[in-house]
Every structure is written in structure tokens, then in C-alpha cells.
Design a protein around this ligand. Sequence first.
Ligand code: SAM
Length: 244
Amino acid sequence: THFGYSEVPLNEKQGLVDDVFHKVARRYDIMNDLMSGGMHRLWKDTLAAKVNARGRKGFRHLDVAGGTGDVAFRISASAAHDAEIVVLDINGDMLEVGRDRARERGVSGVEFVQANAESLPFPDAHFDSYTVAFGIRNVPRIDVALAEAHRVLKPGGRFLCLEFSQVAVPGLDKLYEAYSFNVIPAIGKLVAGDSEPYRYLVESIRKFPSAEEFERMIRRAGFRRTGFERLTGGVVAIHSGWKS
Ligand code: SAM
């Protein structure tokens, strides 16, 4: 392990993750732009387009680990006006930034809920779709979060996950590795005044299962017609599954 975070016991992982996002909440959006060279916008657009809330009356969507609302705002922009969109995050600071942004942009129909992805405060079969973007790798027990996703979706509902993945293009992998271990913590230090949270993020990306293995986890949680799509040479992947 590079930074020792791998040794953190499961029950302490959440506290560590919470510290990271507490520290960076106010600067989270600018950091995203800097670190991904603006690419995260494109990836999130691709994800949001798959939700296809357009025109469907009473559509209910849940965006888990939704942070400052980036994915939810995109979905809300194309959804029917009576759609209900919930942004759920464990961190009140990230949600606060999201609420401020919603107010500034005049976004309505988006609700912010503080809760844990491993224990969703919603009844069974409640949502038409579920997204999680750059969030699932932060959750200590991913299998529990996937089971919860399956539980709150209606039959016929869709699970979608955008997450960093393994770069599959020879050459690009080495470049990407050098970038993430050197440039990302350095940008973190410049903008947020601390490189440590970003070392943790980079480490968590390395430890995340391969796209194939993550698809198997989604199937184990009960989803069917599963699949994934790699974007940007495998820097990120979008996984999908349906509740039957
Ligand atoms: N989805 C947003 C985006 O793409 O801009 C935010 C992604 S941010 C990298 C990860 C988010 O996951 C943080 O806001 C963090 O608070 C949240 N998070 C971490 N553990 C969580 C958990 N157990 N349940 C819900 N949210 C969690």
C-alpha cells in the first residue's frame, strides 16, 4: 500500500471519508473541474442522459452520495416538472453546498436528505431509478449499499453507477497513474490547503474492484440485465442493472 489507508479497519473508514468531504465541501466543485480537466461534466452528462426521466409523470429518482447536487441538477433539467428527485449524502456540509446551489439556480423539485447509503430511509419499491456517481467506492460495505439500492427500486427500476475504473489503454495507464499520484494531491494542496484527503481518494480508486468484478457484485445484489460502459479509455465506467 502506498499511504497506509488500506490498513484502516472497516468501522473507521466512514469517519475518514467524512473528514475528507468535510474539509473539501466548499471547494469540491472547483476541485472536480481542476482534477478532471472538466471531464467530470461530460461523464455526468452521459450518466444523467441514461436516467431518461423526460415526460414520465410522477417519476422518482434517488441520487446517492449526491454531494453538491451535480448529477441531480442534470436529471432535474430534463425531467417532467412533477418529478421527485432526492439527493442523499451522509455529509451535511456537502448537502449544504448543494442546497445553496439549488437556491442560486432556482432549481425546484430536488430534495436533500442526510443519510447513509447502507441504510436508506425509504420504503421498498419507492424509486424509478437510482444513481451514484463517484460515491460507491467511499462506502465501507458496498454489498450492503447495493442491496439497499435494489430494495428501494421499483420492479423495472434502473440502477446506474458512475465510478473510476481501470484504464484499459496501454500507455494511458502509466500516464494516469503518474497523474493521480502526483498531480491530484498537488492540486489538492494548492486549492484545499491539504494533499492528504486526495491521497486517500487516489488510494480508494486503486482499491476499487475491476469493472467485471463490480458487475458481478451488482448481479449478486439481485440486479439483472447488467452491463457496463467504459468512458475515456476506462478512466471511468458506468454500470447499469435493472430490478426485475
Ligand atoms: N456524486 C457527487 C459528484 O459526483 O459530484 C459527489 C461525489 S463525492 C466524490 C463522494 C460523496 O460520497 C461525498 O459527498 C460523501 O459525503 C459521500 N459519501 C461517502 N460515504 C457515504 C455513505 N456511506 N452514504 C452516503 N454518502 C456517502
